[in-house]
Design a protein around this ligand. Structure first.
Ligand SMILES: NC(=O)c1ccc[n+]([C@@H]2O[C@H](COP(=O)([O-])OP(=O)(O)OC[C@H]3O[C@@H](n4cnc5c(N)ncnc54)[C@H](O)[C@@H]3O)[C@@H](O)[C@H]2O)c1
Length: 434
């Protein structure tokens, strides 16, 4: 019989409520949330009601929660990126095993310090690189590990962010500005860099990167554009980014519509667009993250890989191509499903692989990472994305940003050494707010 793991949740927003909370509801014999920390009263109440958490176990912040000492086996950290560092240090110090959302932290030194702190504490720190746990990427990984493609010579991996997702998250939303969030290559593509590192099973020797913010700037605003889409903008009918089209004129109220208001009535959403960040014209926001970036990498052994990230796609997808000495693999991953085909050089045959169905969000990765974490906590299996394993993708993202900004080639062995030496020594942050 499986031992049930108890958990506290810090941050009952999108990920906490919609993506990980449901695991406990679907598999109550495996996971139970016994406390919640969330400053937004409506979100706190919503999570507490769903998980039957009594008032004395409902807290307004992670600081108050951690102040109780360890009251469960595990700590699910689904706060925003800028809160990850201090709250995770405090949770580890309190003795929790921690499941931490990606990116681990917004600043390079904090990422390294978190890994070092986890290793010193002897606690498990697992990072939500959900893609590794999807049936799609597991299937792709198995093909590569089987040697069927021969030696991998080159890889092209594209992260095609849909135009509306770009506008929502990286122009109007949480991850729009490097100073308050992080470079987009970290926030969006630490997943993709992690997949490349995992699939190739080797580290990157050198990389360089190009990219910029081309489109979402005031100079590209259509004539007469107003500061908000709700201000009677004359360009609205012809604008793909019109907030009314994205958040009101849709039958859907799931993500990303659910981000703009807890109350999903039309009236509440209208109010949110008239007053909040998501109604702003995409050309007049305080955004500065790129809308396209490439990372060109040379792996140990000589394999080259290019990662394309951009926010102007007609659809949300990741597409990839692996060319090996015996076969070529082409794949397309969407949250609705995927396709992987292998073209064999010797026989000329093309095979489409069978990908098992996904059971949860992010192509099955959301439940997959929770299941893996619970298995690791119970001592049944090592985590696929330990903090040390996850760090490599974060280092690659920061190195890519350095390469992009400086116009330089970055040698990763130097970069890793610098990062490891530059990490701050963690102190007791249990009572500090970020
Ligand atoms: N793994 C993935 O694929 C994936 C996908 C999307 C987002 N994310 C990451 O998940 C994390 C959460 O994202 P989200 O979209 O759910 O954000 P969100 O803003 O919806 O949720 C974060 C919650 O934390 C709460 N919070 C703020 N201060 C707090 C405090 N002191 N104590 C406790 N809670 C506090 C906020 O009120 C909010 O409800 C982010 O780090 C994000 O980058 C990961």
């Amino acid at each position: 019989m499986t031992t049930r793991v108890t958990a506290v949740l810090s941050g009952a927003g999108q990920r906490g409520f919609y993506n990980y909370g449901p695991y406990a509801l679907q598999y109550p014999e495996e996971l139970r949330f016994v406390a919640v920390a969330e400053p937004n009263p409506a979100r706190r109440a919503r999570f507490a009601a769903a998980h039957n958490i009594p008032p004395e176990r409902q807290f307004a912040s992670w600081e108050d929660l951690v102040g109780q000492g360890r009251i469960a086996d595990t700590f699910f950290n689904t706060t925003q990126d800028q809160t990850h560092y201090h709250s995770t240090l405090a949770a580890l110090a309190a003795g929790y095993d921690v499941l931490l959302e990606k990116p681990m932290a917004n600043r390079l030194a904090e990422n390294v310090a978190l890994v070092q702190a986890a290793e010193r504490s002897g606690r498990l720190l697992q990072v939500c690189h959900v893609l590794r746990y999807t049936p799609f990427f597991s299937t792709l990984h198995q093909v590569l590990a089987s040697g069927r493609l021969g030696d991998i010579i080159t890889v092209e991996h594209r992260e095609n962010v849909a135009f509306w997702h770009m506008a929502h998250s990286y122009v109007r939303g949480h991850w729009r500005n490097v100073a308050t969030a992080s470079p987009m290559i970290l926030a969006k593509c630490c997943h993709d860099l992690d997949i490349l590192f995992w699939n190739l099973g080797r580290k990157v020797n050198r990389l360089h990167s190009f990219g910029s913010l081309i489109h979402f700037r005031p100079k590209n605003a259509p004539p007469g554009a107003t500061a908000r889409c709700t201000d009677g903008c004359p360009a609205g009918d012809q604008c793909p980014f019109d907030a009314r089209r994205l958040y009101l004129d849709t039958g859907r109220t799931g993500w990303p519509v659910s981000v703009i208001s807890e109350d999903l009535s039309l009236e509440a959403r209208r109010h949110s667009l008239a007053t909040g960040p998501f109604g702003r014209c995409v050309y007049f926001c305080d955004n500065d993250v790129v809308d396209h970036q490439t990372v060109n990498m040379e792996f140990e052994g000589g394999t080259t890989a290019v990662l394309f990230m951009h926010g102007h796609s007609h659809e949300e997808s990741r597409t990839m191509r692996y060319d090996g000495t015996r076969a070529t693999l082409r794949g397309k991953f969407t949250y609705a499903g995927g396709r992987i085909e292998v073209h064999d050089h010797l026989t000329g045959r093309r095979e489409e692989l069978v990908i098992p169905p996904a059971e949860s969000g992010h192509g099955g990765g959301d439940f997959g990472v929770v299941r893996s974490f619970l298995g690791a906590v119970r001592g049944e299996m090592p985590p696929l994305t330990s903090a040390r394993e996850a760090l490599e993708s974060h280092l690659l993202a920061f190195a890519a940003e350095e390469a992009r900004v400086n116009g330089a080639v970055v040698t990763m062995s130097d970069f890793r050494r610098r990062a490891e030496a530059g990490a701050p020594v963690p102190v007791d942050h249990a009572r500090r707010s970020p």
